[in-house]
Every structure is written in structure tokens, then in C-alpha cells.
Design a protein around this ligand. Sequence first.
Ligand code: FAD
Length: 303
Amino acid sequence: KIRDILAKNEPTLSFEVFPPKTEDKYESVEMAASEIAKLNPAFMSVTYGAGGGTSQYTVDIAASLKAKGVTPLAHLTCVSSTREKVHSVLEQLKAEGIENVLALRGDIPKDGKVENDYRYASELIAEIKASGDFCIGAACYPEGHVESVNKTEDIQHLKEKVEAGCDFITAQMFFDNNTLYNFLYRIREKDIKVPVVAGIMPITNAAQAARSIQMSGCYIPARFKALVDRFGDNPAAMKQAGIAYATDQIIDLIANGVNAIHVYSMNKPDVAATNVLNFKEFAEKYPGHAVKNISQVIAELRM
Ligand code: FAD
């Protein structure tokens, strides 16, 4: 279970993949997931389509990862699902021996139409907890969830998720590590003690940068904006610069004691591999040291 992996509090890298929207894309997604699995991550998460229509692919890809020896984390959303649907997915996960679930509310669809069985992720967490021996994760938002009035209320609701039975929380992407450090301080002050997995999104092209920033509403440091301005129209340079930025974030996190790193690898094995290579080389070169040297990392990226 992921809670046992995180309990060791050693540096870990994990990756996220998303399932296909249609059957014809299944094979290519499964292949990308297999390539990423070869990097031997601590675990891999598989997202869940907002409406639940592609839930079978989430279960199938998680099961195929498990068969390859990787610990899978299956996402599950509830606001657009009936209780019956949620329980049928949980039964499928059990049948496949998948023990880790990331319990989410899901976004409210644009037309506002939701099922009425669940309002918040905390209700789903309580129900999963009562449904079997699952290790349960939940989402957290270092900058506050977009719908929340303020961070204090958002952290209060996060505490409700932890009290409902979640074992760890995974952070929404952020581009300034100080945002996470500040969040960690605030949640620990509220006695939220479960492990926090830091979510890092390597931005490898300008269009992705614009989309991710718009969707997440994340704070973008001037340093990152300059990078997109300078390299945005040069795909090869933007990719390298985006990976270097993410790698720098990861090294700084580990240097500051945030050991669980989850990379939003967007079904891109090459991006995932570069992060792993840098991480491994860095760990070998500086065992146990809090060293940060971005020029060295970039030099290694170019090798
Ligand atoms: P909740 O924890 O329920 O919170 C939603 C909002 O309600 C917050 O503003 C919170 O403060 C507020 N709230 C909570 N409880 C109460 C209460 N009792 N009273 C009043 N307000 C309350 N989406 C997908 O569709 N599929 C995925 O696979 C997926 N994976 C994700 C993985 C991660 C790591 C993250 C960070 C997000 C992911 N999402 C995914 C997006 C997520 O579904 C949305 O951000 C969604 O809007 C909120 O989900 P939640 O589980 O955080 O909701």
C-alpha cells in the first residue's frame, strides 16, 4: 500500500498517467504507461474521466501496471456518479487486487448537472473506508481550491477528508516551491499529519504552459514566465528548459525534506525518464546532501 511506501520517508518518485477517452487509443496509452513503468517508480497513478464513462480504462490500466510489478493508484471521482457506480468500480478494483484509491469529488460539469449521491470528496473517502481495506489518498491545493472562499476554509475541509480516513494527500501542481512550504506549515499547524505528495508538472511546450496555467490558476513566478517567453517558440529548447525547471523544483523539494515527488508525466515516457535520470544521478552524486545546482543539472540534461 502507498501509505507503507510513504511511511519510510525516503525520496520517492511516482508518475501519473491518464486513460484514453476512446477504445482506439487504449493501446497507445497502455504502451506509454508500460514505458513509464519500466522506470521503476514507487507507484503510478491512473486518472479517472470526469463523468466516469471511461472508468473501465482506469481499472484496466491500473491492473496492467500491477501485472508489471508497479504499485497502482486508481483515481475515482464521485460528484457525477451514483453510489451504485462508485461501488461497482470499487468491486472491480478489489477483484484486480488494486489497493490504492485517490478519492476525488471531480469538477462540477459546465452545465452544473451532477448526481445527487455525493457532494464532497470527504463523503467518498468515508464510504471507501467502509468498503474494504483500501489505502486512500485525496487531493490538496497549496494555493487553495478554485471554489474555496479562502485557504483557511479549504484547509478546514482538507482536515475533514483526513478525518474521514485518508492516508495521504497529493498536491495540485505548483511552480513556486515556497507555495508548498507555506501550505505545509499551515496544515501542520492545523494538525494534519498525513504524508503530502508534491505534484510536479514538467511544462514542455508553450501551449501546455498556457493551458495548465489557465486550468489550474497557479501562481507563475517571473522566472518561469521568462523561460516560456524566451524558449516558447523553440520546441526543443522549451522541452529542455521545462524539464530543467521541474528538475530544479524536485531537487529543492528533496533538499528541504519533501521526499514524495509525483510527476504529472502526461503519458510522456521521455519526460518521465529525464526526470528519473536526473534524480538518480543527483542522488548518487550527492547522497544525503542538500545541494542545489541547476547549471549542473542542465549540463547533465544536455549530455
Ligand atoms: P473536495 O475535497 O470535495 O473539495 C471541493 C471544494 O469543496 C473545495 O473548494 C473545498 O474547500 C470545498 N469543500 C469541501 N468540503 C466542503 C464542505 N463540507 N462544505 C463546503 N465546502 C466544502 N479530476 C478528475 O476528474 N479526475 C481525476 O483523476 C483527477 N485527479 C486529480 C488528482 C489530483 C492530485 C488533484 C489535485 C486533482 C485531481 N482532479 C481530478 C481534479 C479534482 O477533481 C478537482 O480539483 C475538483 O474540483 C475537486 O476535487 P476534490 O476531491 O479536491 O474535492
